[in-house]
Design a protein around this ligand. Structure first.
Ligand code: TMP
Length: 227
């Protein structure tokens, strides 16, 4: 039910997560469009990246060999700049920030995937984020074998994507542990479904929060006759 006085969607921080190949990035624009159709100022961004400095760190991160501590320091350095330059100002002015990956990725990839010390990651998280956490995390969950098949079909692999299936199994388990630890923040999306069903579930997870007013103009109706 949509209340007569719409809840404010502004100032919300929404992150999108999942193992490489789960398909999350292909749905982010649609999620942003859905919110914009409801009059919400949406800032679409990503990690590592989102500022000129953080994008340069991303390039190093994805392509230069390095140890897990260096990985963690680079993603948190990029995150610090991203928070200061983009995320916090956008949230302060009442925008919704929709971010392709955030700190759950660090716990999943560097923590669970690489086996890096979770206590050190938590310390870095405290220093860098000063308490900032996402309000909602859409977790696109997919079996690592299927994710590898999808990746191979669409793109050449970067340094992380060249990791083997056991790495992505650990990363997926890392996401599952994060979701279990803070279930109210997480919405698990079954990414094995058809593209349309995945998109519908992701939008439903956003809509369920009750943050959004009615659309400003009618959205095209879905064609139920095909069902
Ligand atoms: P992307 O391909 O979804 O943009 O993500 C870039 C890669 O960086 C992806 O393989 C996940 C990885 N990553 C980490 O290992 N740690 C992090 O903290 C983040 C944000 C991403």
């Amino acid at each position: 039910m949509i209340s007569a006085t719409p809840a404010r969607a502004g100032g919300r921080f929404v992150t999108v997560e999942g193992i490489d190949g789960a398909g999350k990035s292909s749905h982010i624009e649609a999620l942003a469009d859905w919110a914009r159709a409801r009059g919400v100022d949406v800032v679409l961004t990503r990690e590592p990246g989102g500022t000129p400095l953080a994008e340069r760190l991303r390039d190093l991160f994805l392509h230069e060999p390095m140890d897990p501590l260096t990985e963690a320091l680079l993603v948190f350095a990029a995150r610090r700049d991203h928070l200061r330059q983009v995320i916090e100002p956008a949230l302060s002015r009442g925008a919704m920030v929709l971010c392709d990956r955030f700190t759950d990725a660090t716990f999943a990839y560097q923590g669970a995937g690489r086996g890096f010390d979770l206590a050190v990651l938590s310390q870095l998280e405290t220093w860098v984020q000063q308490g900032r956490q996402p309000d909602l995390t859409l977790w696109f969950d997919l079996d690592p074998t299927e994710a590898a098949r999808r990746r191979a079909a669409v793109r050449s692999a970067d340094r992380l994507e060249r990791e083997d299936e056991s790495f992505f199994t650990r990363v997926r388990d890392g996401y599952a542990q994060r979701a279990q630890a803070t279930p109210a923040r997480f919405a698990r999306i079954d990414a094995a479904q058809t593209r349309e069903a995945v998109r519908a579930d992701a939008i439903a997870a956003l809509a369920e929060r009750g943050w959004f007013p009615q659309p400003l103009s009618p959205l095209p109706a879905t064609d139920d006759r095909r069902a």
